[in-house]
Design a protein around this ligand. Structure first.
Ligand code: PAF
Length: 283
């Protein structure tokens, strides 16, 4: 596996590989890798790509400087994990390499960036859109792999690809879960064993809601009320939101119009750790 820190070098590497007629798969990450990230690399390997991962803690997507500072960084460990999953090249630039000047370009994603996570993390998706556009231009992949875990981010990237005409096929990897159902996340490291057990309620409530919503008699507001009640039974977990949304715009639905574009999204906090999860209505 090759490691590159400069844009020029990774570009050169990728363009040399193109002569071998291989497809390039890009797996963008911020490091602190877990099995969920590795499943993206494995998907790229299985697709027959040459998998290239990026490891870059992107300052423009953090609205809280303390979170940015505290974000776990362990490149050596990440590199070992990436190599074991079959990754062939890693682009790990410095902040100066990625942003040689303070970027003032912003991309507007409409309600996709202001609903749900957008309400809690102002400017977050603009930062994601900016860094992913840069990574797309630098690596020029054929395929880009993103996890369903960050569902809103996935649809932000879909919009970016469609509206900026990137010649890239976007691929979604299913959520990897711990034994009791908790969605894998770098943040789970900060949870005690008992918090992890308690946090299993997040996935359980999504499953219960999905079952209800698939019934012909389903009523979104009654399901939402039931989920709020469920969370009241936990003295550790605080529900931030539970919404049934359309993946077209991420606006909460009052009635399900198209099951194929309906998703259930949830965010909850436990011991100052914020956790998100989701289920596609038809999954
Ligand atoms: O999902 C992430 O880790 C980040 O938001 C991404 C896509 C790597 C952009 O920095």
């Amino acid at each position: 596996m090759r490691l590159f820190h400069s844009q020029t070098e990774i570009r050169q590497f990728v363009s040399n590989q193109r002569y071998r007629d291989v497809k390039i798969g890009l797996i963008p990450t911020m490091g602190a890798l877990h099995e969920g990230h590795l499943s993206l690399v494995k998907m790229s390997v299985e697709a027959g790509d040459l998998p290239v991962a990026s490891v870059f803690v992107n300052p423009t997507q953090f609205n809280n400087p303390e979170d940015l500072e505290k974000y776990p960084r362990n490149l050596d460990q990440d590199l070992k994990m990436l190599e074991s999953a079959g990754c062939q090249a890693v682009f790990a630039p410095s902040v100066e390499e990625m942003y040689p000047f303070v970027p003032d370009l912003t991309i507007n994603f409409g309600s996709l960036e202001t609903e749900l996570e957008g309400k809690f993390r102002e400017g977050h998706f603009k930062g994601v859109g900016l860094v992913v556009s840069k990574l797309f231009n630098i690596v020029q992949p054929d395929h880009a792999y993103f996890g369903q875990k960050d569902l809103q981010q996935y649809y932000i990237i879909q919009k970016l690809i469609q509206q900026l005409s990137f010649p890239i096929q976007l691929r979604m990897a299913p959520i990897m879960r711990e034994a009791h159902g908790l969605a894998m996340s770098s943040r789970n490291e900060r949870l005690s064993e008992s918090d992890r057990n308690e946090a299993a309620l997040i996935y359980q409530s999504l499953q219960e809601a999905q079952k209800e919503l698939l019934k012909s008699t389903s009523d979104i507001s009654a399901v939402k009320q039931r989920i709020h009640e469920l969370f009241k039974t936990s003295d550790r977990l605080t529900l931030e939101y539970f919404e049934v949304i359309s993946t077209d715009d991420f606006k909460p639905l009052k009635k399900i119009k198209n099951k194929a574009t309906t998703a259930l999204c949830i965010a909850a906090e436990i011991g100052q750790v914020r956790l998100i999860d989701n289920l596609l209505l038809i999954s």
